[in-house]
Design a protein around this ligand. Structure first.
Ligand code: PRT
Ligand code: ZN
Length: 285
């Protein structure tokens, strides 16, 4: 039986959540720190643990079929790979930042500046698109200290909470791209590998959906059932069952996290009582 091989970051910001996602998809892998390879026991998948920077190349060269890596690394390396699924974790943005004291009226103020970064390709493309002529200083780590030591006038780096910028006396002036972890695949996969990948994606989607949705149970006065059904459509439509108490029903449905509180407010207005909200383990639609 054929295997699908997947590259996963060996240790870093992506490692734990990558393994968790596989685990929630019913695929258990042992990630011993000293191990390079690990085969899943219950799914035709083999994991290879690598530095995140190497993952795009390994997938492109066919050393592994797929990989989990930050979109920023995919963009920077520039290999022609297929993003098969956005995974929603390791969210961050890549931004240009200037010393806080510097006046900034708009993008034109960046012209002529020396910018330190570990992402010269993404930055170069952005500068080119905006007709800016800057000097790019490629450095591999601690980019945020470059302006302080006089190595550069500005930086281009990953920002998440923004606290690294603040503690280095910098301010974010241009957001160049948003990033999150993605599942990438080589464009030419064998038919067998493609089939396993489809199965993996199907499971990942079920996990993602379950995280974005909650199961809701409530008691509703019968004369308000239509109003209530309109705010909670559910996967098809809500399940409505009569309660022992005359004139009341029990309503079961699925709610999306995004409009959760708005819906709850409306349900209360319509007289819903005893509202219970329960996490969903898996959701297959
Ligand atoms: O050893 P290896 O090469 O595998 O790992 P790495 O050190 O290159 O990468 P790692 O594990 O630090 O990050 C992996 C991926 O996580 C990145 O490529 C991004 O896609 C994503 N990610 C999400 C982040 C952050 N958030 C993040 N905050 N990567 C880095 N940071 C750093 C950033 O460089 C900056 O120094 O955190 C600082 C900013 O954070 P805030 O919260 O202070 O703004
Ligand atoms: Zn790295």
């Amino acid at each position: 039986m054929e295997n699908l091989s997947i590259a996963i970051q060996k240790s870093g910001r992506l490692s734990e959540q990558s393994l968790d996602l596989l685990k929630e998809s019913g695929i258990s892998l042992a990630n011993g720190n000293r191990k390079l390879l690990s085969a899943a026991r219950n799914f035709p998948l083999e994991a290879v643990f690598l530095r995140d920077d190497d993952i795009p190349q390994y997938v492109f060269d066919g050393v592994t079929d797929v990989g989990i890596v930050g979109e920023n690394v995919i963009m920077e390396k520039g290999f022609d790979l297929q993003i098969t699924e956005r995974l929603g974790f390791a969210r961050c943005r890549l931004s240009i930042a200037l010393p806080k004291s510097e006046e900034y009226k708009g993008i034109g103020d960046l012209d002529g500046k020396r910018i330190a970064t570990s992402y010269p390709e993404i930055l170069g493309t952005f500068l080119h698109e905006n007709h800016l002529d800057c000097e790019i200083h490629e450095i591999s780590g601690s980019v945020e200290i470059a302006p302080g030591i006089g190595l550069a006038d500005a930086i281009f780096d990953i920002v998440s909470t923004g606290s690294t910028l603040i503690s280095n006396g910098l301010k974010e002036t241009e957001v160049v791209m948003q990033s999150e972890a993605v599942l990438v695949a080589r464009k030419e996969l064998s038919e067998g590998a493609r089939e396993i990948l489809e199965k993996l994606i199907f499971r990942i989607r079920a996990v993602q959906k379950s995280k974005n949705n909650k199961y809701i149970l409530l008691n509703a006065p019968n004369d308000k059932l239509d109003d209530i059904a309109a705010v909670i459509p559910g996967m098809k439509s809500p399940t409505v069952m009569p309660l022992a108490e005359e004139g009341w029903s029990s309503v079961h449905s699925v709610l999306n996290e995004n409009d959760f509180w708005d819906v709850i407010d409306k349900l209360r207005e319509f007289g819903a009582q005893g509202i219970l909200v329960i996490p969903i383990e898996k959701m297959i639609t």
